[in-house]
Design a protein around this ligand. Structure first.
Ligand SMILES: [Zn+2]
Ligand SMILES: [Zn+2]
Length: 721
């Protein structure tokens, strides 16, 4: 008997725009599926979530739309809430951080932190608009990121996602007036002393005994190894948020990340007020298991920042017991976007396919350990093969046969006695890997399908097939068929019940006795439509490639090894070492129409600063690989002369070509851009000649502007790897 209550939270979605499926998969959907399973297991469970509603971003957007900030926020709150419901998400309570309860609890916690000596004042530099006579908090200032040259919006760069100080934002512009009459002024801010709390409250001990999953644990330790720093929790120059209840700071509001995690408590209190429950019974007792779901970009705030806030307040709040941090589902060629018209957001996704299709696919692809990649072809394949062929058709065939054979004495099914139930329960109470839950169910489906195929219960005893020799044998056969179908009935009852948290709508229809097939297969036409609508174009028109495929008159030699390579110029906008590897760097590369993450073993030869800003040659159609938990969506080309120990290394670069430019030896040749293996690349012999050019078949590699060259001098004869 499980004797703990379970409190589930999902990262509070930042409702600026309509959430996209990347947002959904990173915390909301797995939390919902887990919640539904816990109810199925008859656990005492609640699921608390809500909109993260503070931050200057809302003020800026509301001003642009010409409406009050609160109107803008509550409008987005309602819209997103509705869409989440359409996806079949259900919450015990879905609230908002901008609530009276949350304000009250935020104040209580802040005052305790202050009293306990964990808050201090410090001068820090802020942008100040001399025309508007205003401090420019966070999103009220934009400029150029000093690290990557991208769009720096207030405290964070849009492109490289680095958190920025004022001196890391170049050419700042005031968003209120659009002018650049900006100075830097010192201003008193309040800081939360994270290192002090972490040490005083022995949070290292807590962390090591917490049994956190290896992925969020590694991320957390990475932050701790870099050294904790105090964080500013006050903001000037904005009115949207909770004003700070401390003398001299009344004009400032709390930084959004201070009151957002406290929102888990505040929103629970909102629910308590309605349900008559006591907050203490959910947040201040060891009889509750707190399970938090979030994306990898929020791990710091849940494994360090929030525990420090709660422990520092000394109010006996529970810390997280199970932290599920997910990697990202990347759009690949498909643009995920929060805005309509520029990509796939959740509203558009629901107009395209039913919610259950998305739920099934996203749990199947759940990025539990590494980033995973979305594509429409993959979506079609998994829905048709697994959801429809493996599960849907099984259920439909068994139900139809039971009906035509008029079997009425169907057995009672006790799913709790099944091995599948035990297996799933174990998984959920321990490692909590939802994609594995689904795969276990699908294996059960496959076995049931095989069982049905072997026993062929549709073959009637009265017909003239090889099984029937006489009337007696015929009725024997019918009796056997009935037994087989009853057994299959038990199997599909168990499977449907246990898959219901993942595809709740379909199972509801099934249980209501609907006789139609549950799903419709996704046709090639429909998928092509989506690709056309949402995917970025290849740089060659698709028709041209198709024509080449079909045209038998072309000499076959044209499909030489080189033309299999999709080589492109990419600008390295960010590079960072992987913590536990002395070889690997993670690069963020801009190809103009898309950005990709590429992992490369060049750490020993290049430092991040030697790479950032360079435009280099990349192989972009190499099958994605995962290195040390990081997905690599391509490869940077390296020239290397291997003679003895003195290795000479260089990347291949261009000066004037634009990012995204194609790299070729013959500008007119046709290219096939399907995914290739590393061995396909090795089959192509590329070398550096005496002039420092890169040569294939005696011809130099070029873009339409210039020849490719090496970044450093390497001897002629160096090979490209
Ligand atoms: Zn940047
Ligand atoms: Zn201004």
């Amino acid at each position: 008997m499980y004797n703990k209550k379970i409190l589930i939270t999902s990262a509070l979605p930042y409702i600026h725009g309509i959430l996209h499926i990347g947002n959904l998969v990173g915390s909301l959907l797995p939390a919902d599926v887990y919640y539904k399973y816990m109810k199925l297991l008859n656990r005492d469970v609640i699921f608390i979530c809500g909109s993260d509603s503070h931050g200057t971003m809302f003020e800026v957007s509301a001003k642009k739309a010409g409406i009050p900030t609160a109107d803008y926020v509550y409008d987005m709150h309602e819209k997103n809430k509705k869409i989440l419901e359409c996806f079949g998400l259900e919450f015990t309570y879905y609230g908002i951080t901008n609530s009276e309860n949350n304000k009250k609890i935020t104040y209580e916690i802040f005052k305790k932190l202050d009293k306990n000596g964990y808050i201090f004042e410090k001068n820090s530099e802020m942008f100040y608009c001399e025309d508007c006579k205003l401090y420019l908090a966070d999103r009220w200032v934009e400029g150029k990121c000093a690290h990557c040259g991208g769009l720096a919006r207030g405290d964070q760069c849009d492109d490289c996602t680095k958190i920025l100080d004022t001196n890391e934002i170049l050419n700042p512009i005031c968003i209120h007036c659009g002018r650049k009459n900006i100075t830097r002024k010192k201003l008193k801010n309040l800081y939360l002393d994270l290192p002090k709390i972490w040490a005083h409250k022995k949070l290292d001990v807590w962390l090591n005994s917490n049994k956190m999953d290896s992925f969020p644990l590694a991320v957390t330790k990475g932050y701790l190894n870099k050294g904790l720093k105090a964080r500013a929790i006050s903001r000037s120059g904005t009115n949207w948020g909770f004003h700070i209840p401390k003398q001299g700071f009344e004009e400032q509001v709390f930084y959004v990340w201070f009151d957002a995690p406290i929102g888990y408590v505040g929103i629970t209190k909102d629910w308590c007020d309605i349900s008559g429950e006591k907050l203490e019974n959910w947040w201040k007792t060891n009889k509750v298991k707190l399970v938090q779901f979030l994306g990898k970009d929020n791990i710091f705030f849940h494994s360090i920042f929030f525990p420090c806030i709660l422990k520092g307040a000394d109010e006996n709040y529970n810390l997280v017991n199970k932290l599920k941090g997910y990697a990202f589902l990347l759009g690949g060629k498909t643009k995920f976007s929060k805005s309509r018209g520029v990509g796939l957001n959740n509203e558009v996704a629901l107009e395209t396919f039913p919610a259950d299709y998305w739920r099934f696919y996203l749990i199947y692809k759940l990025p539990e350990k590494t980033d995973t990649l979305f594509s429409w072809e993959d979506f079609q394949r998994i829905i048709n093969k697994e959801l429809i062929d493996n599960f849907g058709n099984l259920v439909h065939r068994v139900k139809t046969l039971i009906k035509t054979k008029n079997i009425i004495d169907l057995p009672q099914v006790n799913i709790e006695k099944s091995t599948l139930y035990e297996k799933i329960k174990n998984n959920l109470d321990n490692e909590l890997l939802l994609s594995k839950v689904l795969k276990d169910i699908l294996n059960e489906c496959a076995e049931a399908n095989k069982f049905m195929q072997d026993k062929a219960p549709w073959k009637s005893g009265d017909s003239n097939d090889k099984f029937t020799q006489s009337k007696k044998e015929g009725s024997l056969r019918e009796a056997k068929n009935k037994e087989v179908l009853k057994e299959l009935y038990i199997k599909i009852q168990i499977i449907s019940k246990l898959i219901s948290p993942i595809i709740p709508n379909a199972i509801k229809r099934l249980e209501s006795g609907e006789n139609k097939p549950l799903f419709e297969k996704i046709t090639d036409e429909k998928i092509k439509e989506q690709i056309k609508k949402f995917d970025l174009d290849d740089d060659k028109p698709k028709e041209q490639i198709k024509k080449f495929d079909l045209d038998d008159d072309k000499p076959k030699e044209q499909i030489n090894n080189f033309s299999k390579l999709d080589l492109k110029i990419g600008e390295i906008i960010f590079a960072e070492p992987i913590l536990d590897s002395d070889k690997l760097l993670v690069l963020q590369v801009d190809f103009g129409s898309e950005k990709r993450q590429i992992v490369s073993g060049i750490r020993a030869h290049y430092s991040p600063s030697q790479l950032i800003g360079k435009k280099a040659v990349f192989l972009t159609n190499l099958k994605p690989r995962t290195l040390k938990g990081f997905e690599s969506q391509g490869m940077i080309l390296i020239a290397e002369k291997r003679d003895g120990l003195a290795q000479k290394w260089s990347i291949l670069i261009v000066e004037t070509s634009e990012k995204g430019s194609a790299v070729f030896v013959e500008p007119t040749e046709l290219k096939l851009h399907s995914e290739i293996e590393f061995s396909d690349f090795q089959a192509v012999n590329l070398v550096v000649n005496k002039k420092g050019e890169v040569i294939y078949n005696n011809k130099p590699l070029t873009t339409k502007n210039e020849k490719i060259k090496t970044d450093r001098k390497v001897e002629s004869g160096a090979q490209i790897y």
